[in-house]
Design a protein around this ligand. Structure first.
Ligand code: UD1
Ligand code: CA
Length: 461
């Protein structure tokens, strides 16, 4: 295949988004619209990718900067032809130039590749689509033999031309050398006073260059984002694509319409995901993992056979979270960065774990906090217990050795070590290390007063 340069137009304002954020930086599936288009350019094997920026250029350039990508600024914005003119100095004189839009995120690599093939470095290839009502779009003009003769913009079209159902999607592939020559000849003699990229079509016809059309698989592929409503609609299309892909790989989704993957979700076999789960960043689910309803899971690796019960919140951020084989987590559990649960660990409701390692079989089943702790095998960490890891200035470590039993409502004031096999009585505030095999109790002794008379309410008046 010929060398491909990709020009991505991203200078437009996006007024209807009514947002301070440049339009192409709004997110779809957790990534900027522009990032989706750049990804497509990479999949097509672009040698050079040139992004035309204008509105919000510094922000857009900072967000999209990457090896192999260059930026040109278009100020002011005088039309799509003017936009591509700015990229000309970066284009190689040979091969194919593919033109994409920064606000059309769902174009498939396969469609873009087909368009490049249709161009073949010799023809002008347009991505077109026929719909019942193509209002607003540039219409494809064809002669009696069906050959493309030009594109007329909606605003410049006659009533008869406005009946045409085939429209130009905004995506084309052109022989780079010819495109450069055509761009140099554009004028702005039209109803909008813009330099229309679409005028190159008539030039190609006049030069005897064949103009061919290719088509997308679906309308969503060529739908642009102009408003929050369109963004939300494309989000659902994108999520359904991902859901289908997961199901093709055998993942059992309770409802593909109630899943959101805003990143990368890798699943083993026999994975089940209940409704309303959100996955962000990079999440891996091992064989047989089950995720209950309403879980939000980000940057985590969940090993085979683990079960995450409903309403659990997991976010590993940069450090990650690891859940071991066969572990049970939730409902209503919270795993924070650096939580590393071994095999068969149980984390129950309203338990928070941060930057802590729990060895095989350790359990914290109710209302507890473990922060900056190392927890041994088979430890039982009682309801309502916490590690007091923060002294107001610094964080300190708690070590709980194998087979320890921590009673309910215990405060472990770090730094502190609870020796192997030892027991801590419920309600204790532990400030000193405990010896292996010991019982530590640190609370007021119980006082019992016999025949206690409770106060009685005085009569009124
Ligand atoms: C363009 C096509 C039209 C096609 C439609 C598909 C032209 C003249 N017309 O319409 O035939 O049906 O796309 O959506 O090309 N942009 C710039 N700089 C500019 C103008 C636009 O970067 O000066 C960018 C916009 O940000 C957007 C894209 O180019 O990403 C398309 O611009 P838009 O104004 O939406 O398209 P039209 O020109 O109306
Ligand atoms: Ca326009």
């Amino acid at each position: 295949m010929a060398e491909v340069d990709v020009v991505i137009m991203a200078a437009g304002k996006g007024t209807r988004m009514k947002s301070k954020l440049p339009k192409v930086l709004h997110r779809l599936g957790g990534r900027a619209l522009l990032a989706h288009v750049v990804h497509t350019a990479q999949q097509v094997g672009a040698t050079r990718t040139i992004i035309v920026t204008g509105h919000g250029a510094p922000l857009v350039e900072a967000a999209a900067a990457a090896p192999g990508i260059s930026f040109v600024r278009q100020e002011p914005q005088l039309g799509t032809g003017h936009a591509v003119q700015q990229a000309v100095p970066h284009l190689s004189g040979e091969g194919v130039t593919l033109i994409l839009n920064g606000d059309v995120p769902l174009i498939q690599a396969r469609t873009a590749r087909e368009l490049v093939m249709a161009c073949g470095g010799q023809r002008l290839a347009l991505l077109t689509l026929s719909v019942a009502d193509a209002s607003g779009y540039g219409r494809i003009l064809r002669d009696e033999a069906g050959a493309v003769t030009g594109i007329v913009e909606h605003k410049d079209a006659t009533p008869a031309q406005r009946e045409i159902r085939e429209f130009y999607t905004g995506v084309m592939a052109a022989p780079s050398g010819l495109l450069k020559a055509w761009l140099a000849r554009l004028t702005n003699n039209n109803s909008q006073g813009e330099y229309y990229l679409t005028d190159v079509v008539a030039m190609a016809v006049a030069d005897g260059v064949a103009v061919v059309a290719a088509h997308p698989q679906s309308e969503a592929e060529v739908t642009g984002v102009n408003s929050p409503l369109q963004l939300a609609e494309l989000e659902r299309v994108f999520q359904m694509r991902q859901a289908r892909q997961l199901m093709v790989h055998g993942v059992r989704l309770a409802d593909p319409a109630r899943l959101d993957v805003r990143g990368e979700l890798l699943c083993g076999s026999d994975v089940e995901i209940d409704v309303n789960c959100i996955f962000e960043g990079r999440v891996t689910l091992g064989d047989g993992v089950r995720i209950g309803a309403n879980c939000a899971i980000a940057n985590a690796a969940i090993a085979a056979g683990a079960v995450i019960h409903p309403f659990t919140h997991i976010d590993g951020e940069a450090l990650g979270v690891q859940v071991g084989e066969g572990a049970l987590v939730g409902p209503f559990a919270r795993l924070r960065p650096g939580a590393q649960l071994g095999a068969e660990v149980h984390i129950g409701n309203f338990v928070e774990v941060k930057n802590s390692t729990l060895a095989r079989g350790a359990k914290a089943n109710h209302l507890a906090y473990l922060g900056d702790a190392t927890v041994g095998e088979r430890v039982n960490y009682g309801a309502g217990s916490i590690t007091a890891n923060y002294d107001g200035a610094n964080k300190h470590k708690t070590v709980i050795e194998d087979d320890v039993h921590i009673g309910s409502n215990t405060v472990l004031v770090a730094p502190v070590t609870i020796g192997k096999g030892s027991t801590v009585g419920g309600g204790s505030t532990i400030t000193k290390d405990t010896a292996a095999g010991s019982l530590a109790v640190a609370r007021g002794k119980q006082v019992t007063i016999a025949n206690w008379q409770r106060p009685v309410k005085k009569p009124k008046g």
